[in-house]
Design a binder for this molecule. Structure first.
Ligand code: PMV
Length: 342
């Protein structure tokens, strides 16, 4: 895992006495409604037990230093060749999250070292950016003795998320903040879905890089050109997302799986899938999955697979690995973002 560093020089005067703090936030998967959520449909998302950890330590002098240890090794371009992202580009949002938090809490002492350790693969649709950003926001505030409300963390997270994604819906950061399973309608309507039983889900990474901003931009453009089709899609996705939430409340895996396959078809129709994602969905189905779909922005990234049991999940994981995927046996995180003094 490469360790990246950046530093912003802001002259500052120290007033409050900062102290070390840590925070942790989960990653996420989207079970239904990605892309269409940007256009106003609801989405269902689950926080997962892959985490970002952040440590904030006061330092001598001035300026915010950010370092990040993140799994870049999973990244490959469309041709399969590895992509080496620009470290400045990766660290800028983390810096923005730190600065927005310091501004919000009125701190004029910016002498901080922010260290990020992220076990969530980047650009894979698993919420690595939202997770690191909400953990940074919580840890930075905590280092000044402040426990921010979840609502405030959500608002502040738009600063780095807008920078990264253009005009995100907010579903990623909401999931990483609240944890568990959520039904996201819009920023002012985020509801917890009480699941009857936790679905057995496997995540499988294609290893292909995707850029959320480009994919979201292409869908928004398409929706403006194909207004009538998109009106219909939005009705369908509303039914799918509401149906997914209901199936989760009822513990109805058959229904949940069918809705996942339907959602994948719609995402394919609007052009955000990838041959490898479609291949993995087909392989999983033949191997006994109840449902499978791409998750997040698509164009690469991951599929999620609903399995009838843990034994079946392990078998499907082996099959997908043979097909070149990197499977993760994830479970639901229920805590969301947590911070504490270090
Ligand atoms: O960044 P990703 O791949 O987790 O995708 C986020 C979900 C989208 O619906 C595609 C974008 C959004 O802002 O909701």
């Amino acid at each position: 895992m490469p360790l990246l560093h950046s530093r912003s020089e802001e002259s500052s005067r120290s007033t409050s006495k900062p102290s070390p703090a840590t925070a942790r936030a989960p990653g996420k998967i989207i079970l239904a409604g990605e892309h269409f959520v940007v256009l106003g449909a609801p989405a269902v998302a689950m926080a997962i037990n892959l985490y970002s950890q952040v440590q904030v330590i006061p330092k001598q002098g001035s300026g915010v230093s950010v370092s990040a240890d993140i799994p870049l090794r999973f990244l490959a371009g469309k041709s399969g060749s590895p992509i080496v992202p620009d470290p400045g580009e990766l660290l800028r949002p983390l810096q923005l999250a730190t600065e927005a938090t310091l501004r919000h809490i009125g701190s004029n002492n910016h002498a901080l070292q922010v260290s990020v350790e992220c076990e969530i693969p980047v650009a894979a649709g698993l919420g690595s950016s939202a997770s690191t950003n909400v953990a940074i926001i919580s840890a930075v505030a905590r280092s000044r003795g402040i426990e921010l409300s979840k609502k405030k963390i959500f608002e502040l997270a738009f600063v780095p998320e807008n920078f990264l994604h253009g005009k995100p819906s907010g579903v990623d950061q909401a999931t990483c903040i609240y944890g568990g399973m959520i039904l996201f309608n819009r920023p002012s309507s985020v509801k917890t879905v009480r699941v009857e039983k936790e679905p057995v889900i496997l995540v499988c990474d294609t290893g292909i890089h995707h850029a959320t901003r480009t994919l979201v931009g292409s869908v928004v453009k398409k929706s403006q050109k194909e207004k009538k089709d998109f009106r219909n899609y939005l009705v369908m996705v509303r039914e799918i997302s509401d149906g997914v939430a209901e199936a989760l409340r009822d513990g109805d895996d058959e229904e949940l799986g069918n809705l996942m396959y339907q959602n994948h078809e719609l995402l394919r129709k609007i052009g955000v899938s990838h041959p490898k994602l479609d291949h993995f969905v087909g392989v999983a189905k033949r191997a006994g999955a109840l449902g499978a779909k791409l998750t997040g922005a698509g164009g690469g990234g991951c599929v999620i697979v609903l399995s009838p049991s843990k034994v079946a999940r392990d078998r499907i994981a082996r099959v997908l690995r043979r097909e070149g995927g990197t499977p993760y046996k994830i479970s639901m995180d229920t805590g969301g973002v947590e911070s504490r003094p270090a």
